[in-house]
Structures are given as structure tokens and as C-alpha cells.
Design a protein around this ligand. Structure first.
Ligand code: PAF
Length: 278
């Protein structure tokens, strides 16, 4: 596995692959790799000749009161996971490589989507994400990029961005990987005790009950909200429950199979998100 820290050598590597007509599938990550990332990497291998993974804890998607400093960093373990999965190249840039000091601010945003749902309580999150992802795409020039559906709003915003900017990259998404109790895998689960993980698993269980209720004909969001609240652990503070149209991510007028429920909440200081297709 090749390791790259700077743009130029990685660019040489990428152009060399392009000269040989080899395709690239790319998995952007912030490290602390878990089975969810592993599923993205394994899928990437089925898509292209080479798989590139990046590990970059992107400062611009954290607000000053968030967990940028505490965010789990486990480089040695991440590296051995990538080697075991036969990743072709790992990109590990410094902050100053992605955001050169004194560079004039250049931003790409999808304001209509990035200010909703998670964007309401994390106002610069999605702009931070789109800007780092566009920079990484422009460095790596992948044919495919793979994202997890756990961060559904993130996946949707990136896909929208790529379409609107006519970038020739196929954006793929893969289903959320879960613990046996239903808890969605996330690097932030490192912050949770075993008891809290059990409490957090009530999110998926309550979303499944809402899905069941919609397939039984419920269309009323107040009763769905109540159903979710009733089955959620009392230790979770709900940030939002949104019923969205899967094709636009805008709030759905009528709740029906084919829509998606997005959820965010906090357990102590830990933000937990999940979603389910109805
Ligand atoms: O989902 C993540 O890990 C990050 O938001 C991403 C897409 C790597 C951008 O920093």
C-alpha cells in the first residue's frame, strides 16, 4: 500500500494510473475506521482497478464548541485495516496541505439543503464537508466515490454538488452497518459506554416501529413522532425527526413508503444520527 502525505506525489500516482487506463474508487474518511468503512472499501474494490482511501479529520466541519480535538484518531489501526483490505493508496494530508495558509476562501455550498435538519444545529457542518470533499476529489480525480447511508444528508448533498458542478464522478452509497442491537456504527460510538450504546440502540428500534406503522397506513407525523419518542431511551434528547422525500431530501408533504425518516439526538455530549427508508 502506498502512503501519500502531499498532493504532488499523489497526483503523479493518479496520472500514472490514468495513463494506463486504470480506474479509481475513492473512500474519503476521517479515520477511526470501523466495519462501516470496511464495507465501503470492500465495495470500492469491486468497482475499480485501484482503491484510494483518505484519512483527514477536517477542521472546517467542526464548530469551535464541537469535538475536533477529541475526535478519535487511531492511525496505526486504520493503516492495518487498509492493508488487510488491500487498499492501493492511503492519503494522509496535513491541515495546511488541504487549506494552505493565506489562501483566499473559495467555497462550494448547497444552501437549500445544508441549512436543514443537521445543518440547523451544525450550521457550518455541510459547507465544511462539501468544501473538503471537492478539494479531495480534485486531488484524487476518482471515477467512483463511496459514502455510507448513515450520513444520508451528507451523501445526498455531495451527490447534488457533483451533479450541479458536472464532475464526472459516480457517487455511490451503501447501507448503514449496525451492531447486532441495531445501533448504527459510527466513529463517535467510541464516546459511549456499554450502557449508553444499549440506550442509543433505541433510536433504530423506534425508527423501525415508525416504518412499520407507516406500512400499516399511518400518515400522521404527530402520531409517528409520539411513537418514536415513546420508544426512545429517556437519556436521548431529540434534536429533530424529519420525514423527507428521498428524491429531493425536502420535507415530504405526505408520509408514505418510499420516503425517509431522518433523526438526530444527543446522548450526554454525543451526537447520534440515523435514518431509515420507509
Ligand atoms: O463522513 C465523513 O467521515 C466526513 O464527513 C467526510 C465525508 C470524510 C468529509 O470529511
Amino acid at each position: 500500500m502506498d502512503l501519500f502525505y502531499d498532493i504532488e506525489p499523489l497526483r503523479d500516482y493518479v496520472f500514472n494510473l490514468k495513463d494506463k487506463n486504470q480506474t479509481i474508487a475513492y473512500v474519503p474518511t476521517m479515520g477511526a475506521l470501523h466495519k462501516g468503512h470496511e464495507s465501503l472499501i470492500s465495495y470500492a474494490k469491486t468497482l475499480a482497478d485501484k482503491v484510494i482511501v483518505s484519512i483527514f479529520v477536517n477542521p472546517t466541519q467542526f464548530s469551535p464548541n464541537e469535538d475536533f480535538q477529541e475526535y478519535p484518531r487511531s492511525f496505526q489501526n486504520d493503516k492495518s485495516i487498509c492493508m488487510d483490505l488491500d487498499v492501493s493508496a492511503l492519503f494522509l494530508p496535513e491541515d495546511s496541505t488541504i487549506y494552505p495558509p493565506n489562501a483566499l476562501l473559495t467555497q462550494v455550498t448547497v444552501p437549500e439543503l445544508s441549512t436543514r435538519y443537521c445543518g440547523k444545529s451544525r450550521p457550518h457542518f455541510f459547507t465544511g464537508v462539501t468544501n473538503v470533499v471537492i478539494r479531495l476529489f480534485n486531488i484524487i480525480l476518482p471515477d467512483f466515490a463511496i459514502f455510507g447511508e448513515k450520513d444520508y444528508q451528507q451523501y445526498f448533498i455531495i451527490k447534488t454538488c457533483i451533479q450541479n458542478l458536472f464532475l464526472p464522478i459516480t457517487i455511490c452509497s451503501l447501507p448503514t452497518i449496525r451492531e447486532p442491537n441495531g445501533l448504527a456504527l459510527s466513529s463517535r460510538n467510541h464516546y459511549l459506554s456499554d450502557t449508553q450504546k444499549q440506550e442509543a440502540s433505541s433510536i433504530y428500534k423506534s425508527l423501525c416501529l415508525a416504518k412499520q406503522s407507516v406500512s400499516n397506513g399511518t400518515q400522521d407525523r404527530t402520531s409517528l413522532d409520539r411513537l418514536i419518542q415513546t420508544h426512545l431511551s429517556p437519556s436521548i434528547d431529540i434534536d429533530y425527526i424529519a420525514y423527507v422525500d428521498s428524491n429531493s431530501l425536502l420535507p415530504s408533504h405526505t408520509i408514505k413508503p418510499g420516503n425517509r425518516i431522518l433523526f438526530a439526538g444527543n446522548l450526554n455530549q454525543t451526537r447520534l444520527i440515523d435514518n431509515i427508508a420507509l
